[in-house]
Design a binder for this molecule. Structure first.
Ligand code: ZN
Length: 129
């Protein structure tokens, strides 16, 4: 199962928990493991706090600080910081499924991480029962 995410900024976190949960419901998956995979080289996926949006801003502030926009990068496309941030964050997450629900902590949400937007992106969801 695959769904699209339309991003609206160059760097942005988007909560996709509800879309992932909806895919499980549509497939009738009750027990197992859910893999969320982002098939891009300048976008990623992570799990972190969804209650306070300031956490997302802080994550982006630190990532943008760690990976400067201007540096002696060699990649001619000019988006090396986005590639580096993607590798730091990672392309996939695994979440347990119990009773048809993602097993997440109270404050945990799944975030699509855009690092070279705005674009229309894809997210793959696969389940192992
Ligand atoms: Zn590139």
């Amino acid at each position: 199962m695959t769904f699209s995410v339309k991003t609206s900024a160059s760097t942005e976190l988007i909560d996709i928990t509800d879309q992932v949960q909806a895919e499980l419901r549509d497939k009738g998956v009750q027990e197992g493991v859910c893999m969320v995979y982002v098939p891009h080289t300048t976008a990623a996926v992570t799990i972190n706090e969804g209650a306070d949006p300031s956490v997302q801003e802080d994550l982006l502030m630190v990532l943008n600080g760690m990976v400067p926009w201007k540096a002696p990068y060699k990649h001619a496309e000019g988006n090396s910081p986005a590639h580096v941030k993607t590798t730091l964050v990672g392309a996939s997450e695994l979440v347990g499924v119990e009773g048809g629900r993602l097993v997440l902590g109270t404050w945990q949400r799944i975030f699509f991480c855009e690092f070279d937007g705005p674009r229309t992106r894809k997210v793959h969801v696969r389940t192992l029962g």
